[in-house]
Design a protein around this ligand. Structure first.
Ligand code: UDP
Ligand code: MG
Length: 315
């Protein structure tokens, strides 16, 4: 029998937190009257996570382990979890207890009340430093300004989607440059938001440093909008205005027989122009890189094996 609810959990080097996560999520799910399956996706962990997950899947028929052949990244781990889910609704969440399992009954309730999408909004983050908080706010402001999409600020990778939304996302949103929490806000349908406080990581370390977050933010922006490609047009117009001003000024000075020596102006103008030019080239290059990755059409992830007590075969 198909489960009512699938829980997709991406795992990368989480040995320190997995036992607590498993205990806490199963104790929440056991008291709910739902038929559930937890789909753990092991994203090429190099610590003991795989062993721990294998033992969960071998001892608990409600656990499926999808074991990647190497690390493919969180977005692809979530994608694979959705690919292997078949329940009437699916929840994606992290393994580090920053997405509290105690909220699952409330999310399920919202789904039963008719929501196709339940997005979980961090009202505050106990883990994030000042800088990370500001960057995250700027990121959502920027993305809402440049794309048609209105995405809830502080949306997270903690959400529920109904089977019909899951089918759409897994069939039609398979592009290589991914921002899943944005995609689920693009499809329409009945959406409900729930606020929550994201606690600190229970144990282990965040896998995302500042550089990773910047890279992730840029690919999220590129996956939702072409606006950065227009930066060149605005910079070009801006430079044309500056050139016109300098040109007129120089001509006037020439006819007044007071030619401007202009060394500093030339140096400033050249350096400004070149830095803008390379900035625009960098944006173009990044988009070309995304197109290149997409055209190669390589697999998004590779599964080494499954551990599944229920079917004893590949799903
Ligand atoms: N994760 C993953 N693959 C990766 C990096 C992270 O599956 O390459 C998982 C990780 O195990 C966790 C979730 O994605 O369950 C979120 O990662 P993390 O907590 O490090 O990110 P943060 O909450 O600090 O943004
Ligand atoms: Mg985390």
């Amino acid at each position: 029998m198909n489960a009512n609810l699938n829980i997709v959990v991406s795992v990368y080097n989480e040995e320190a937190v997995l036992p607590s996560f498993y205990n806490s999520i199963t104790s929440v799910l056991e008291v709910m009257s739902v038929n559930y399956r937890i789909i753990f996706v092991n994203d090429g962990s190099t610590d003991r996570s795989e062993l721990i997950l294998r033992s969960f899947a071998l001892n608990d028929p409600n656990v499926l382990l999808v074991n990647f052949s190497r690390n493919f990244g969180h977005e692809y781990a979530m994608m694979s979890g959705l690919d292997h889910s078949d329940a009437e609704a699916v929840i994606c969440m992290d393994a580090d207890l920053q997405h509290p399992p105690e909220l699952i009954p409330e999310i399920w309730e919202a789904y039963r009340d008719g929501a196709d999408i339940v997005t979980m909004i961090r009202s505050s983050r106990e883990d994030s430093g000042f800088l990370k908080g500001i960057c995250s706010r700027l990121f959502y402001k920027f993305i809402n300004r440049i794309s048609d999409l209105k995405i809830d600020p502080n949306a997270s990778d903690f959400f529920l989607i109904s089977k019909r939304v899951c089918t759409i996302v897994k069939n039609d949103y398979r592009e290589r440059t991914r921002f899943l929490r944005g995609f689920i806000q693009m499809v329409g349908f009945q959406k409900v938001s729930i606020q929550y406080i994201a606690p600190k990581r229970l144990a282990g370390q965040s896998k995302y440093g500042m550089i990773d977050l910047i890279r992730f933010s840029f690919s999220a922006i590129a996956s939702l909008s072409k606006a950065p490609l227009r930066v060149g047009i605005y910079l070009g117009l801006f430079n044309a205005a500056i050139s016109l001003g300098i040109g007129i000024y120089s001509l006037v000075m020439y006819f007044l027989d007071k030619p401007y020596s202009g060394y500093t102006t030339i140096i400033l103008f050249l350096t400004l122009m070149f830095s803008m030019l390379f900035f625009v080239l960098g944006i173009l290059g990044s988009y070309i890189g995304f197109i290149f990755d997409q055209t190669k059409n390589r697999p998004h992830y590779l599964v080494e094996d499954f551990v599944d007590q229920q079917t004893k075969q590949l799903p």
